[in-house]
Design a protein around this ligand. Structure first.
Ligand code: ATP
Ligand code: MG
Length: 416
């Protein structure tokens, strides 16, 4: 894409009403626009990034047999009354709205109830199970504080997968598969080294749930991390009994701030029982379906990546989620026609953002650092036939290369 065609522009000033680093940078770089606290618009660069995150999640869910759907946001109180989750005294973050005829509806903050109810149409026999259904969809939560930018929205995106199994064994097997799939997701979006499986509070059905927590001083959670063993305990459940359960000693743990990027949970029959999702087993006996739920917040993930990898100059996208793979930057007007050719050539193999604007070199380089694409290719010197190749993570280390060599370096970078 030519940057002259991109309708968004970068901003020098930090937005005054925004305290979080991720949102400040994402707004300044033109990835998002803030409508109100906790609600952001995704602009072209932001949406490209979000879609890359979504596609990684989608691939990993599909690989586990997940089938994608998209349920309505509107929630029927009848279903939520059956599971005792309609009343505001029980769930304090509902957004509710009214039809013209005064019927009250909720806006989904999660989707166990409608999906469990829907599955009654299709699950009748043991032959229909197990089944795994997910969506990547907008959720609404009337969060009390929305000061963490994209990391805590009142409207946000969630990938929620629900597993429907015949028994606990089948659930346990799938649950372990999801742990691996989640680790794959966090590794692929670039957060593998600083995201840890964390023991958190369970429900009636299991003692613990598992969260995936990314270390960051900007995080709202506190965990106790056993770095060597690559597991952590959420402060909410941290006590001597849990330490004993997990075979951990106090002195191998460090207290850390972190961001909950994902959460997996064994639900058992918490929803299938009140909503009547049953199946007939091999002997024709009626049994309750055993469920699990598995959430990841793609928009929180985008905010987390922005937060964790940024520096004073701007954003710094890991290669699998960057909105474009390379930033071609023209600094010398005399080389414009050659730069146009280079752009066309590189675009055959890579997603390139081409800064073809007539701004000063200083402005363009500062913008490239703010936008934070992994690779910069600079056409500056009078000497024709060469570009400067450098990585966003190491701007001082630039090498002058031919277009062919640049292609080779890009290929190596993106395949490593
Ligand atoms: P938190 O404790 O941070 O409020 P939660 O435990 O209520 O989150 P879940 O219900 O487990 O969240 O939701 C699944 C995933 O959705 C979370 O792991 C997180 O990635 C994402 N998520 C939850 N709430 C928000 C929010 N307000 N904004 C953005 N993402 C969110
Ligand atoms: Mg949670």
């Amino acid at each position: 894409m030519r940057q002259t065609q991109l309708f968004t522009k970068t901003k020098k000033e930090t937005p005054k009403d925004e305290v979080s680093q991720n949102a400040q940078l994402l707004i300044r770089a033109g990835f998002v626009y803030k409508e109100i606290a906790g609600a952001y618009d995704f602009l072209p660069l932001g949406l490209l990034t979000l879609n890359k995150i979504n596609n990684i999640i989608r691939q990993e869910m599909n690989a586990c047999g997940g089938q994608e759907v998209q349920l309505t946001v509107f929630q029927n109180p009848e279903l939520w009354t059956k599971t005792n989750r309609w009343a505001d005294e029980v769930v304090d973050n509902w957004f509710k709205t009214k039809l013209k005829n005064e019927t009250i509806l909720g806006l989904g903050f999660t989707h166990e109830e409608p999906l469990t109810n829907l599955m009654k149409q299709y699950v009748t026999s043991y032959r229909d199970l197990p089944v795994f259904v997910y969506q990547i969809q907008t959720k609404f939560r009337n969060e009390e504080r929305a000061k963490s930018g994209l990391m805590r929205g009142r409207e946000f995106l969630m990938k929620d997968l629900y597993s429907f199994c015949k028994d606990e064994q089948e659930l346990d097997d799938f649950y372990e598969k999801m742990k691996v799939a989640y680790s794959n997701v966090f590794r692929r979006v670039g957060l593998g080294d600083n995201t840890f499986l964390t023991f958190a509070s369970g429900g009636v059905f299991s003692k613990y749930s598992h969260e995936f927590q990314t270390l960051s001083p900007a995080g709202e959670d506190t965990i106790y991390l056993a770095r060597e063993k690559k597991i952590a305990i959420n402060k909410e459940v941290y006590n001597p009994e849990v330490l004993k359960d997990l075979g951990l000693a106090k002195d191998e743990l460090t207290e850390e701030k972190s961001i909950e990027v994902g959460n997996i949970f064994k639900l058992g029959t918490r929803f299938s029982a009140p909503l009547g999702l049953n199946y007939k087993d091999e002997n024709g006996e009626s049994r309750e379906v055993v469920m699990g739920s598995y959430g990841i917040g793609p928009s929180r993930l985008l905010g987390t990546i922005a937060e964790v990898f940024s520096d004073t100059k701007g954003l710094n996208w890991p290669k699998e989620v960057a909105p474009f793979q390379a930033h071609l930057i023209l600094l010398d007007e005399e080389q414009r026609s050659w730069a146009d050719q280079v752009y066309t050539e590189l675009s055959n193999s890579y997603d390139v953002l081409y800064d073809d604007r007539t701004e000063s070199a200083g402005v363009k380089l500062a913008d490239a650092e703010l936008i934070g694409l992994p690779i910069q290719l600079i056409i500056g010197k009078k000497e024709t036939g060469k570009l400067e190749y450098r990585q966003r993570t190491d701007l001082a280390k630039a090498v002058a290369v031919s277009v062919q060599k640049a292609q080779q370096l890009l290929t190596e970078f993106y395949n490593s």
